[in-house]
Design a protein around this ligand. Structure first.
Ligand code: HEM
Length: 538
């Protein structure tokens, strides 16, 4: 890497671009030396042992040996596309973000994913789907890292390792892949009843989307928008697909998982290649930023709650069009790194304790996954805004930084006349009062209501949708070995709706608990990993 290979903003130039494009007429070593044979190693005689001296052999195999990076600890399986976001300007009164001003077009990269399965798992499993969008705005990168379900399993990020340990395959046999049909999942979600709402969405048709192009997306948490006057508004983000929301039925999902495990990624790539560009409108629900941070009694900091659209309509603020497939899966879909802390002026976070923990987790995990602190320089992660930071060196550094004084102020390099406190149009946190309080590990009392919104969801379903939900609970719970877990799950269902509970109980061949039965602490149960047990087939 000579100094001419990287432009001052970190973009590769000239020779570097040619190297990356692999465009030479001859096959070469990584150093550019031409090769005359890449199929036979250098040996002591045609039938003799291989010589250590064969650098090409060692370079080729060594590089191959290190081709894999760790898959994401969650959302390992994904498919992505490039596109453009065009702002309607309707959000301008509530946010000063430049990319939300009328008519502004911003390049984006969107990665869809399942959550629990490994990188090679099937697409059409029953699971939540990730919907992560990177906006390359002129004011820096903004990431909206959402899901296709508007609520989450837990209310505090400290439980995230626990819910994922419970949802991932069992540690002994590493089954099942990417579905909720197992004891640890049901054990967790019935003992932590805040998970009831998300679980119900998973058991509904939302858990088996027909296509990534036909899914809604949700920012889940409440965010804060700030306008040019400094006024702050609380919002929830929604993506609404132009094609409408469609799901598979369970039998289709199962057949597709067997016949074409790549069903969703193939659908996305084929549609884009054919010019049928999928589109979503981005919308916001807006709420006054009051000290209580609740709306009509719904705690806006509780990520297990929605605000019904009848109470706060989703107002469209822009249009997303996905119009190009990645040209290299690894470089783009695998190496993209989203982060909730990637914010631009006009968009800020709130004190939702799940959101706050995510602010820590993503960078931390990416340091391992992407091998050190410089993954922001990878082409897919690079901001389109000029960069003038003071970050230097480190593993996989590819920028050739100029100057001698990476600190501010300095009297040697000049160049950046920035003074602390000066109005540079920079991101500034909204001054928000923090309640005078004692340190405590406690959730607000409003977080204790775990059943009223699941009930609302159930009651909003059509008879066919209810049938699907009953069948899903019956199928998934039917995979559990532990009777006590099934019984506890029925108790949770009794707290949602007695008919739902009765039908699932009948499907499982168990008595239905009385309405309002209480979920109690579990009795110790024998370990699951006893050998010799068959995995139930249906
Ligand atoms: C990855 C969404 C909660 C930790 C992801 C991805 C999405 C997502 C969409 C995939 C990003 C990609 O495509 O690369 C969400 C949503 C959440 C949530 C909507 C709740 C509302 C959490 C929490 C934690 C967490 C509470 C940890 C405390 C992670 C980690 C990754 C990830 C470690 C892998 C990131 C990487 O390797 O690049 N999440 N997540 N998530 N999430 Fe979350």
């Amino acid at each position: 890497h000579g100094p001419e290979t990287v432009s001052p903003t970190g973009q590769p130039t000239g020779a570097e671009q040619a190297r990356m494009a692999q465009s030479g007429a001859y096959l070469t070593t990584a150093q550019g030396a031409r090769l005359y044979d890449t199929d036979h190693s250098l040996k002591a005689g045609a039938r003799g042992p291989v010589l250590l001296q064969d650098h090409h052999l060692r370079e080729k195999i060594t590089h191959f040996d290190h081709e894999r990076i760790p898959e994401r600890v969650v959302h390992a399986r994904g498919a992505a596309a490039h596109g453009v976001f065009q702002a309607y300007g309707t959000a301008a009164p509530v946010s000063k973000a430049a990319f939300l001003a009328k008519g502004v077009e911003t390049p984006v990269f969107v990665r869809f994913s399942t959550v629990l399965g490994s990188r090679g798992s099937a697409d059409t499993v029953r699971d939540t789907r990730g919907f992560a969008t990177k906006f390359y705005t002129e004011e820096g990168v903004f990431d909206l890292v959402g899901n296709n379900i508007p609520v989450f399993f837990i209310q505090d990020a400290i439980k995230f390792p626990d819910v994922i340990h419970a949802g991932k395959p069992h540690p002994d046999r590493e089954i099942p892949q990417a579905q909720s049909a197992h004891d640890t999942f049901w054990d967790f979600v019935t003992l932590h009843t805040e998970a009831t709402h998300h679980t119900l969405w998973n058991m509904s048709d939302r858990g088996i989307p027909r296509s990534y192009r036909m899914m809604e997306g949700f920012g889940v948490h409440t965010f804060r928008l700030v306008n040019a006057e400094g006024d702050s508004t609380l919002v929830k983000f929604h993506w609404k697909p132009k094609l409408g929301v469609h799901s598979l039925v369970w039998e289709e999902a199962q057949i597709a998982a067997g016949v074409d495990p790549d069903f969703h990624r193939r659908d996305l790539a084929d549609a884009i290649e054919a010019g049928a560009f999928p589109q979503w409108e981005l919308g916001i629900q807006t709420f006054p930023d009051t000290p209580e941070q609740n709306f009509a009694g719904i705690d806006l900091l509780d990520p297990t709650k929605i605000v019904p659209e009848e109470m706060a309509p989703v107002q469209p603020i822009g249009l997303l069009t996905l119009n190009a497939n990645p040209s290299n899966y690894f470089a783009e879909t695998e190496q993209v790194a989203f982060h909730l802390g990637h914010l631009v002026p006009g968009i800020d976070v709130t004190d939702d304790p799940l959101l706050q923990g995510r602010l820590f987790s993503y960078l931390d995990t990416q340091l391992t996954r992407l091998g050190g602190p410089n993954f922001g320089q990878l082409p897919i992660n690079r901001t389109h805004a000029p960069v003038n930071d003071m970050l230097r060196d480190g593993m996989h550094q590819t920028a050739v930084h100029r100057g001698v004084a990476p600190y501010r102020p300095n009297s040697l390099d000049g160049g950046c006349p920035f003074l602390a406190g000066e109005d540079t149009g920079a991101f500034v946190e909204v001054p928000a009062e923090v309640a005078a309080s004692v340190k405590e590990r406690k959730a607000p009392a409003s977080f204790d209501d775990h059943f009223s919104q699941p009930r609302l969801f159930w009651l909003s379903m059509t008879p066919t949708e209810r049938e699907h939900i009953i069948a899903a609970y019956t199928f998934e719970l039917g995979k559990c070995y532990e009777q006590a877990i099934k019984e506890r799950a029925l108790t949770v269902l009794a707290n949602i709706d007695s008919e739902l509970c009765a039908q699932v109980a009948a499907g499982l061949g168990l008595p239905a608990p009385a309405a309002g039965a209480r979920v109690t602490d579990p009795a110790p149960s024998p370990a699951l990993s006893q050998l010799g047990r068959a995995w139930p087939l249906d």
